[in-house]
Design a protein around this ligand. Structure first.
Ligand SMILES: Nc1ncnc2c1ncn2[C@@H]1O[C@H](COP(=O)(O)OP(=O)(O)OP(=O)(O)O)[C@@H](O)[C@H]1O
Ligand SMILES: [Mg+2]
Length: 450
């Protein structure tokens, strides 16, 4: 498919000529720069797709865009590949660091590829701002959408009453059903309780829920933003590493919550456990072929299926290479022989050209293995570090955050630190004290904090 369109704004503004239906697209934003255009201009993220994508069914609950290419500063992250999300599936998006997952998500969130307006899409990209709004209110107030939906529903009802065309009436009735379904989901009478339950799951005590968002750190405000995303229940939720700011309890809660997500979910996570619990599908960004490869099942199923696919690809690759070597050998040996042999060599050359033109199977490339090694510090007397009776508070009037902590570290120690996010942060703050301890001690080694 060579015929491509550069992306433009949402489908409703370039995809349907039906004025009655365009009510669902909201106000006329034709003079306002779209997020997709801003991405191209400011961040140099450009998406193109098959022109036929414009023929997409505006009522479909699935996203299907063919022949998508997304580039960042001119370099293609994906090339001529299909982007498909089906309603009800939870997709884990995987690929090596720097391969372009976040950039691609940004492009999708900006609707730089055609996604029908009936699909409301929410991309969690940054924390909730530091304001005077209490955390709980910040969450349940997110559904200003409700008022808009009610107004839309009223207007659609009026149009249905006025129109005589049966086909338009059916289309509008379908839209009306979607609007009412959505209004049910946003039930205002339970809004506060639902918002509170989500915040509780993400670690906010009752007291914290009434605190102003400006009183929270960036990490906690990220949780407020996550709570808003979950509260909204968008048809398509897009999350980039949602567990980054969460402690273990909140991760478990989120895992459980998302495992029951019954709309569309696309998320990046570097935790295999999280993916195993949440995903129904995996999308692999293959950085060698620049394609999106789709796998059914969770991360463990992906690993098995990937092995099978790689082995199959290797067999195909080997067979093709063998064939090509044989053909080349024939041409080399008989290309200058008798007329009959030369003819045969010419026909093999044609066969070879055909094979090359059709494209050869690429050799499967295994994922890079990381091997971390640290310089050998030699023999050290134990304990290497002994912490005895350590207490911590930010200042003499602040509450003690931990007290009488005792532990030792020697060369064989492999220690995982667990606790609430706040406490862990404090431990890490203490790394300076630990470093100072080492530097003041009789040995001079390097300490690595990652
Ligand atoms: N602000 C920037 N300036 C320059 N290059 C950038 C910038 N942001 C991203 N890149 C580059 O764009 C490419 C895609 O980055 P992106 O962040 O989308 O990858 P990713 O797959 O999300 O990686 P990770 O798994 O580390 O989050 C990378 O090569 C990255 O180095
Ligand atoms: Mg990323």
């Amino acid at each position: 498919m060579g015929n491509k369109k550069k992306s433009s704004n949402s489908l409703a503004s370039n995809g349907t000529s039906d004025d009655a239906l365009s009510i669902l697209a909201g106000t006329d934003n034709s003079n306002v720069e779209s997020e997709a255009d801003r991405l191209g201009r400011e961040e140099h993220i450009i998406a193109t797709y098959a022109a036929s994508a414009k023929a997409i069914d505006p009522h479909s609950r699935d996203i299907q865009v063919r022949d998508v290419t997304i580039s960042f500063h001119g370099a293609n992250l994906i090339e001529n590949t299909d982007f498909v999300l089906n309603y009800g599936n939870r997709y884990g998006f995987i690929g090596p660091n720097g391969s372009g997952k976040s950039t691609i998500m940004k492009a999708i969130a900006a609707r730089a590829i055609p996604i029908q307006d009936s699909i409301d899409l929410y991309f969690l990209s940054h924390e909730y701002p530091a304001t005077d709004t209490p955390a709980l209110k910040a969450v349940y107030e997110v559904d200003e959408e409700r008022a808009q939906l009610e107004a839309d529903a009223e207007k659609v009802n009026e149009i249905i009453a006025e129109t005589e065309d049966e086909e338009t009436q059916t289309k509008l009735s379908d839209h009306l059903n979607l609007l009412y379904e959505r209004l049910d989901e946003l039930d205002a009478t339970t809004a506060e309780a639902r918002a509170s339950s989500i915040l509780h799951g993400l670690g906010f005590t009752k007291n914290m829920q009434s605190m102003k968002t400006k009183e929270f750190s960036g990490g906690w405000r990220m949780r407020v933003a996550l709570a808003r995303a979950l509260f909204l229940q968008p048809t398509c939720l897009v999350l980039d590493e949602p567990t980054n700011h969460l402690d273990m309890d909140a991760v478990f809660w989120l895992e459980d919550y998302l495992a029951n997500w019954n709309k569309m979910l696309l998320f990046v996570s570097h935790s295999q456990d999280f993916m195993n619990t949440v995903c129904t599908h995996i999308i692999r960004l293959n950085e060698h072929t620049k394609k999106l490869d789709y796998y059914t099942g969770n991360f463990d199923s992906y690993v098995q299926e990937r092995k099978i696919r790689d082995e199959e690809q290797q067999r195909k690759y080997d067979a093709e290479q063998r064939d090509i070597a044989e053909i080349k050998d024939f041409i080399a040996r008989f290309g200058h022989g008798t007329v009959k042999m030369v003819r045969q060599a010419q026909s093999r050359q044609k066969l070879l050209d055909k094979k090359l033109e059709a494209g050869l199977t690429p050799k499967p490339v295994p994922d890079a293995l990381w091997d971390f090694s640290f310089p050998d510090p030699g023999e050290l007397p134990t304990p290497v570090l002994m912490v005895q009776d350590v207490s911590f508070q930010y200042n003499p009037t602040a509450p003690l955050l931990f007290s009488h902590v005792e532990f030792g570290i020697d060369l064989e120690s492999r220690i995982a630190l667990v606790g609430t996010y706040r406490l862990l942060k404090i431990y890490f703050t203490c790394q300076n004290y630990i470093s100072n301890f080492f530097y003041r001690s009789q040995w001079s080694w390097k300490i690595y904090f990652c």
